[in-house]
Design a protein around this ligand. Sequence first.
Ligand code: TMP
Length: 210
Amino acid sequence: MAGKFITLEGGEGVGKTTNIQFIKEYLQQHKIPVVVTREPGGTPIAEILREILLARHEETISGHTELLLMFAARSQHLSEVIWPHLIDGTWVLCDRFTDATYAYQGGGRKIDIDEISCLENLVQGDFRPDLTLLLDAPVEVGLTRAEARNELDRFESEKLEFFQSVREIYLTRARQNPGRIKVIQADQALEQVQQQIIEQLEQIVDDNGQ
Ligand code: TMP
C-alpha cells in the first residue's frame, strides 16, 4: 500500500470528532493527501448498515447480528474506499475500525474474542492499521459529554459497566500492540491532547520521508 492507514479509537464522548479534524489538517500541512472516513459507514451501503446498527429498535439485535453487520459494513468500506485510496497513495484517516469491534462487541457484548479474530482475518486478511490513536478518558467524563450532545443512540444508551468493559479492552489491546496503538490521555485540555497526538504523528510522517 502506498498510503498509510490511521485509525482513531476511544469510548463515547472522548473528542474523536474534534481531533480527527486536527489530524487531517496536520497531515495536509505536511503535503500528505488524506481522506477522512468512519465506521460503521463510509460508503452509501455501509451508512445504511450504520443506521440499522445505531437506531433503537423494538426488536432486539442479537450479538452475532451486530457483529456480522459491523464486518459487513467494514468489508464494503475496505473494498470501496479504504483499499483503493491506499493503493493510490492517499492516506486514510478512519474514525473507528476493528479495535472498536474488539472493545464494543468483545468487551461490551461479551462475544468471544476468537470469533471476532476469525472474522477480522476473513474480511481483512493480514491488513491492519499503520497507526491507531486511542483517546482514553474515564468513562463518566465521556458519557456526560455524549449525553449533553444529542439523543442517545443504541450504543450510548448502554449501562456504565458496558463502557467500563469497552475501555478495559481498548487498554488491553494497547498493551498487547504497543507498536501500533498509542494511548492519548484525552481528559486533559485540548491543547495538551493535541500535543500528544502531534508527537505520534511526527513519527509516522518522518518515517514516510515527508
Ligand atoms: P461513533 O458514534 O463513534 O460514530 O460510533 C458509532 C457507534 O458504533 C459507537 O457507539 C461504537 C459502535 N461501534 C461498535 O460497536 N463496533 C464497531 O466495530 C464500530 C466501528 C463501532
